[in-house]
Ligand binder design. Structure first.
Ligand code: AP5
Length: 215
């Protein structure tokens, strides 16, 4: 399985990608997570990423494509992968096509998660995530059992609210999604690779629908 998850911020791509990756024993490649790890590391690249991420803008294509190219060469990608949040622009999609052609690993599908803006805002304002294990929670829809600590790490890690989940940044991310990422829907539809999913349903309903699509 070599799939791309597309959709607006907060659509549930990361939540579903983690479940599917664990079930299929393939990696979830989240460019957002890679970028946040680089920012946390304080590296020169991380400092460059920080401004883009905190403003809700996309990191330049060539930098993200380079990160993905390196990641796809890791041995754990040889049996498949889920690309979560990449590609995000038509140039990124074309670059991905070339990377996968070179590796003779064409995409097997692209899934777009449809979620209305009002739901996006509700989800992102209540999102909490663990910086250690990556588990994603929501204060209302999927609350952690131990308050502000991550139960999956035995309470060893404080849950965080992402810097780009502030209302003004969410609006910018939605604008960027519509302008730069939504055109990928037509791009992949034209290739006959696109499936759409109603991401506004409950996590378990979305998981079942996704299972039927990627099976
Ligand atoms: P990234 O981290 O990729 O953010 P995003 O695409 O905006 O998506 P999110 O992670 O916000 O949401 P999600 O769809 O994964 O939702 P989640 O499962 O967490 O990118 C961040 C930044 O990095 C970008 O702005 C950019 O700067 C940069 N970047 C990343 N990739 C890039 C690229 N390719 N090119 C250039 N720049 C790039 O769920 C959200 C919440 O909802 C959670 O609290 C969850 O518990 C809850 N939830 C999930 N499903 C449901 C459900 N069915 N019902 C109710 N609640 C639910």
């Amino acid at each position: 399985m070599r799939v791309v998850f597309l959709g607006p911020p907060g659509a549930g791509k990361g939540t579903q990608a983690k479940k599917l990756a664990a079930r299929e024993n393939i990696p979830q490649i989240s460019t957002g997570d890679i970028i946040r790890d680089a920012i946390r590391s304080g590296s020169d690249l991380g400092r460059e990423f920080k401004g883009y991420s905190e403003r809700g803008e996309l990191v330049p294509d060539e930098l993200v494509v380079r990160l993905v190219a390196t990641r796809l060469d890791a041995p754990d990608c040889s049996h498949g992968f889920i690309l979560d949040g990449f590609p995000r622009t038509v140039p990124q999609a074309k670059a991905l096509e070339q990377l996968l052609d070179e590796r003779r690993q064409p995409l097997t599908g692209v899934v777009v998660f449809d979620v209305p803006d009002t739901e996006v805002v509700a989800r992102l304002s209540g999102r909490r995530s663990c910086t250690k294990c990556g588990r994603i929670y929501h204060v209302v829809f999927d609350p952690p059992s131990s308050g502000s600590l991550c139960p999956s790490t035995g309470g060893a890690c404080e849950l965080m609210h992402r810097a780009d989940d502030k209302p003004e940044v969410i609006s910018e991310r939605l604008r960027v999604y519509r302008e730069q990422t939504a055109p990928l829907i037509a791009f992949y539809q034209a290739q006959g690779k696109l499936s759409q999913i109603d991401g506004s349903k409950s996590q378990s309903e979305v998981e079942s629908a996704l299972g039927r699509i990627v099976a």
